[in-house]
Design a protein around this ligand. Structure first.
Ligand code: FE2
Length: 465
């Protein structure tokens, strides 16, 4: 497998790109002063902490993890220290990082042991401080291999960046994050529309301000979870990376995403994936998770004749993950040795909903299994014994089964729009907000839908292939 400890040295160009993007974002952060802007809520809420955004965990492998945190409003130095659970001594990893105000600290922490729980702490020394002091801490487990028992959580569609800070949808997100944090999950899968901002699905972006603000808010609100639980994200249709936009615009917004929400890239896991961190796969215990991107590769044939600004395609046959991703998906499933296989995408690469606009918009879950390119994906899942297709987009809890494959949608963790049967076509659904818990054991994997009040509203189990 790709040696996680060597990632920095192998990825120098990406690193330089990353630093350039980081500098641009720092400038944007400093300049942003909208009601949702960084400085506005920095002054109001977080000025007491040397970190503007708490540590965020991503790319956990057997031997490493990536931890990022955003510095607050003074030039600072920071170091990261780790220790195995129950150990007494902290080990400092690497030299101190020195960054200006509102810039990211990024740590690739190597030389960890597989399937082990670690604690970490971030020590910060601001320009005005004499010594380093603990600014934040958390814990995580490194990647497991082979049959094991563990929990994961799934969330989707908070549309963070759309709603003012104290409004209902943001309170819903905070509550779901509190509930999900209590599960002691080993990672979280975020199935898309994690962020959204005015115009992000309608118009190509000409600057990164909206994305920076939305991603910063997302990091802030999921912080209590992702400080202790690595995050695996998926692109949704509001993420500003639709294939209907020019490549330069997509690239700019994906740079913001990669800075705020690092994902695995093509080198993180042996399964590979995309350099742009928009599709990838990883195993955890005896489960393969394949995370796909249907948004960026679908292009309308007649962009000037889209039925509405919210549409991304002219016909449902234009939904596609693209040939390169399709080939990679096929190869990844062919080589899978894990007995559980789950595929995740924001919505099927097709549509079959309650009405024509919602069908074109990719709604309908399992009802869409025999439409557009979802036919190919569904047949691949059937052939390679995939048990669950997890998706988002429709904002209600759904569990439908086709050919033995569960099409499971874990509700919404923020978006308040609960689509009806007339819109989605679902015969059975739960309009609650909430999250899903995944309990994996060597014998079975169980998905439980949990609403805002913490009540279990539905569950199902699948058996190993
Ligand atoms: Fe969506």
């Amino acid at each position: 497998m790709a040696g996680p400890g060597n990632q920095n040295s192998q990825r120098k160009p990406t690193r330089r790109e990353f630093i350039r993007a980081s500098a641009a974002i720092t400038a944007t952060l400093a300049a942003t002063n909208s009601p949702f802007g960084i400085k506005a809520y920095a002054a109001a809420e977080l000025s007491h902490s040397p970190l503007f955004l708490p540590p965020f965990l991503s790319r956990p492998t057997e031997r490493s993890i990536f931890i990022s945190a955003l510095n607050n409003n003074q030039p600072s130095e920071a170091v990261i220290e780790v220790r195995k659970e129950n150990a007494t001594d902290w080990e400092r990893r690497g030299p101190a990082q020195k960054v200006p105000e509102y810039a990211f600290f990024n740590w690739d922490v190597p030389n960890l042991s597989p399937a082990a729980r670690y604690e970490y702490r971030v020590l910060v020394k601001r320009a005005s401080d004499e010594t380093f002091a603990s600014a934040s801490n958390g814990s995580f487990r490194t990647q497991r291999k082979g049959p094991a028992s563990y929990k994961a959580v799934l969330i989707t569609d908070p549309h963070t960046g759309t709603f003012a800070e104290t409004t209902g949808p943001v309170q819903t997100l905070d509550k779901v994050i509190r509930n999900a944090s209590q599960e002691n999950a080993e990672f979280v899968l975020a199935l898309g529309d994690n962020v959204a901002w005015a115009g992000s699905r309608e118009y190509a972006q000409t600057n990164s301000r909206g994305a920076v603000s939305a991603y910063a808010l997302y990091r802030k609100h999921i912080g209590p979870l992702t400080q202790n639980c690595p995050h695996f994200g998926i692109i949704g249709n509001w993420a500003g990376e639709s294939g209907k936009f020019p490549e330069a615009s997509i690239r700019m917004i994906s740079g913001v995403r990669q800075t705020f929400l690092p994902n695995p890239n093509h080198e993180t896991y042996p399964q590979g994936g995309s350099e742009r961190e928009d599709y990838y796969a990883f195993s955890w215990g005896d489960v393969l998770y394949v995370m796909l991107n249907v948004q960026t590769y679908s292009k309308p044939s007649k962009p000037d004749q889209l039925p509405s600004l919210m549409a991304d395609v002219n016909t449902i046959d234009e939904w596609t993950i693209g040939e390169a991703q399709m080939k990679w998906l096929e190869k990844t499933l062919q080589h899978a040795t894990e007995r559980f296989r789950f595929v995740c995408m924001h919505h099927p690469a097709g549509g079959n909903a309650g009405d024509v606009p919602n069908t074109l918009y990719g709604r309908g879950g399992a009802r869409a299994c025999n439409t557009g390119e979802q036919v190919r994906i569904h047949n691949l899942m059937k052939k390679h014994k995939v048990q669950i297709f997890f998706y988002g987009h429709d904002h209600v809890f759904v569990d439908d089964i086709v050919d033995g494959i569960h099409y499971a949608l874990p509700g919404s963790c923020g978006a308040p729009w609960k689509f009806t049967k007339e819109e989605t076509g679902y015969e059975r659904f739960w309009p609650d907000s909430g999250h899903a818990r995944l309990d994996v054991t060597p014998e079975k994997a169980t998905v439980t839908f949990i609403n805002l009040e913490g009540k279990e509203i539905h569950n199902f189990s699948v058996l190993p292939a």
